[in-house]
Write a protein that binds this ligand. Structure first.
Ligand code: ATP
Length: 503
């Protein structure tokens, strides 16, 4: 699986999807650029979300708030005080780690140990091996499990209590060593705020600190009244936004899974207090259906309901996807009560309430939020689409099985040879399609090579112009997944491509 992940990363670079940021200067850690095909896929993902959330809901509207916000925003939201990660340094390697991640890695290692025991036993018992029975009765496995669960419980307890000495004590108790130096020589644990800050204003004395927003949600909360009033919105209603967010992540791992500059697609749904659980359930189901509609296989998604909740939340769940490195969060759905609007009312001194004309009462709405990372969704789609296939003739191909609606290039138009008027016919087809779809023209190399190139970037249709096209106005279309070919009239192409890309 690790091998597969490496291949994915290499593929994304080789075909112009993702590049390390400022690569000629050796890159910038956990920051990435999207290349010529990456930007298309990313835009298509954003459009798929935006249309599903705003266009198809007459009670959800969009906004585009600024990245910079008044510094008080982040005091009110709790980010100045509590948006922290616990850090620890190893004194020998001088390497810095997130203490909670060190512990999580230790816990994951226990699972690996259990799997090793299982593999050993399976070999020993052969056909008769009963995994379920083994993992519930084997003494060694039970011992590892008990240690693992105890560590997990302790970690949750000390982190929730913000007990930094407790975190350190747990690291020592578990005997965690630095992956680089191999020693247990740790510093104390300290808090590190994840927000990036900079100065606004041109002179040092006139300057004040502003933050790069760590989430897009607050831009929605501070605009609640503006949108509600000018849009004459009636509760329940939602405000959606897509935009950049910044977090100074300490452990930036797994490619674009965890970045320092990333993009979020968030929707805050404002409801009457007391109805939030029903809406939470609604959005939980809706968002899962949205993911599954892409057709990558329902069993590759699952919910992870949170038992421990942030102090302001009364329900939370993650939509997890099975990445090459395991099931991981793609999206969070949270019932945030009236925490955010109340906090902004308190810090701004403004009344932020909704007047219900039917009941004649005023109240602070409750919020159910859906929050998904564009880049994480990109990685999800990219890893789900990546397929290596052995063909009947013994050749191998890499094919990106993107849903047609998300594919960067919808169709490639290929003249069989570079002469006899075939390029002209092909160019005309491109011109007829390009106002509605991103299509590519390619005349270089053999037709087989051109098909492979389009497979590797996930183009659902290849349209080949040959000599017969000159006679009867037909072309061959080749379908990416089945590699089946059929002959169709050139005049039918706009309809065929249109039908294919609608999700
Ligand atoms: P995690 O536990 O992975 O750090 P989180 O619970 O802090 O994530 P939220 O604050 O709920 O995440 O953010 C909502 C979504 O934004 C996440 O589900 C994820 O898709 C995305 N996201 C958050 N942090 C990052 C990041 N550093 N890089 C890329 N995407 C991110």
């Amino acid at each position: 699986q690790e091998e597969l992940f490496k291949k994915l990363i290499a593929h994304s670079k080789e075909y112009g999807f993702i590049f390390p940021s400022s690569e000629i200067y050796d890159g910038l850690s956990a920051v990435y650029d999207y290349g010529q095909l990456g930007v298309e896929l990313k835009n298509n993902i954003k459009r798929y979300w935006w249309d599903a959330m705003t266009k198809l809901h007459d009670n959800i509207v969009g906004i585009d708030a600024a990245i910079f916000m008044h510094p008080k925003t982040w005091e009110a939201s709790g980010h100045v005080g509590a948006f922290n990660d616990p850090l620890i340094d190893n004194k020998d390697s001088k390497k810095r780690y997130r203490a909670d991640v060190l512990i999580e890695d230790w816990i994951a290692k226990q699972d690996e140990k259990i799997e090793k025991e299982v593999a050993k036993a399976a070999k020993r018992f052969g056909e008769a091996f009963d995994r379920e029975q083994f993992v519930t009765t084997n003494a060694r496995v039970l011992e590892i499990k008990a240690k693992r669960d105890a560590a997990h419980e302790k970690m949750t307890e000390v982190l929730n209590a913000n007990d930094l000495a407790g975190v350190k004590a747990l690291i020592e108790e578990l005997g965690i060593v630095c992956p680089i130096s191999g020693t247990k020589n740790w510093t104390d644990v300290r808090q590190f705020n994840l927000m990036f800050s900079t100065q606004m204003g041109s002179t040092a004395d006139g300057a004040s600190i502003v933050y790069l927003r760590p989430e897009t949600a607050q831009g929605i909360f501070v605009n609640f009244l503006n949108v509600q009033k000018t849009g004459r919105m009636k509760i329940p209603f939602g405000i959606a936004q897509i935009g950049k967010a910044f977090r100074n992540e300490i452990v930036a791992r797994q490619f674009i899974f965890r970045m320092r500059e990333f993009e979020q697609m968030e929707m805050q749904f404002f409801v009457k207090p007391g109805t939030e659980m029903q809406w939470f359930e609604h959005w939980r189901q809706f968002r899962m259906s949205w993911h599954r509609a892409l057709g990558f296989g329902d069993d590759r998604y699952r919910f992870h309901d949170h038992e421990k909740l942030a102090h302001y939340a009364n329900a939370a769940t993650d939509v997890e996807y099975e990445f090459p490195f395991g099931f991981k969060e793609v999206e969070g759905i949270h019932s945030r009560t009236d925490f955010d609007l109340s906090q902004h009312a308190k810090f701004s001194g403004k009344k932020i309430q909704y007047f219900d004309t039917e009941s004649g009462e005023s109240y602070t709405p409750y919020v159910v939020e859906t929050s998904i990372g564009v880049d994480r969704m990109f990685l999800q789609v990219f890893s789900a689409a990546y397929t290596e296939e052995k063909l009947e003739n013994g050749e191998e191909r890499v094919v990106m099985r993107f849903p047609a609606a998300l594919a960067p290039v919808k169709a490639a138009v290929l003249p069989l040879v570079k002469k006899d008027g075939l390029p002209e016919v092909a160019r005309k087809i491109v011109n007829d399609l390009k106002f509605d779809h991103y299509v590519q023209y390619d005349e270089k190399d053999s037709i087989g090579k051109r098909y492979r190139r389009q497979d590797a970037i996930g183009t659902p249709l290849c349209i080949t112009v040959d000599h017969q096209s000159l006679e009867d106005g037909t072309v061959t279309i080749r379908h990416r997944d089945s590699m089946q070919q059929e002959r169709v009239k050139i005049a039918e192409l706009p309809g065929i491509v249109h039908d294919m890309v609608s999700l």
